[in-house]
Write a protein that binds this ligand. Sequence first.
Ligand code: PAF
Length: 277
Amino acid sequence: MIYNKIDDVQAFLKSQKIKNKSIGFVPTMGALHQGHISLVEAAKKNNDIVVVSIFVNPIQFNNPDDLKKYPRTLEEDSIMLKEAHCDLIFYPTVEEMYPEEAIKTYDFGELEKVMEGAFRPGHFNGVAVVVKKLFDIIGANNAYFGKKDFQQLAVIRKLVELEKIPINIIACPTEREADGLAMSSRNRRLTPKERPQAAEIFKALTYVKNQRAQYSPQELEKKALEFLAKDFKAEYFQIVDGYSLQNISSWDDTNYPVACVAAHLGSVRLIDNLELL
Ligand code: PAF
């Protein structure tokens, strides 16, 4: 079932909630891959009804070209979701999601000042606005997000806390290709030459994880950036505390170190991260 209208989605879900059915929700921007499907599968395991939204949210793109080039593949997405036994696809228009109204500004403090927040001004506010709207529309019990967007996950947890939204946020592991490249809708824009090069990001992350005992966080950040410089224009490679997302200067600063990276390969901007536990 594909619904475009908020009223239709809500009418259907109301009829399910009356029967005490639990709702699992997977928000997406479409161009689905196995990473998204693993979220649907996780939702399917623990909920009676699974809803997936497909909405390329214009207000989270700080680069108009990126928005224009974002892949839109509704037909393939619907087939994949049917195979994964998704019960309802919510596929609204921009007008349906954003009738004329003021767009709220959130304050996520230090969480949004680093990494993606620093390089993509306004991005997390756009994500928070749409996710809050989607949560309000669906009224799910559980929502599923991939750890690939590590900072997004932290911002959404903060949003739920700030807005006191009654929903459980479930973090799911990053799905990877055989060579380690994190699955992403943007991967399909890599050229045949770039595609194998893209896996070097995972090599850098794995190297850092394996060398943790030998070097300081700063030394490893430097080595990773040097390694990536061959093929990529890296924006950042940072080892942070996985809760606050702030840089650590020594391994003793955290019990949850995570390496996070964003780098351009040709015209494609890739992000990834690895828990260094
Ligand atoms: O991760 C994404 O695909 C998007 O940021 C989300 C959460 C669907 C909001 O548009």
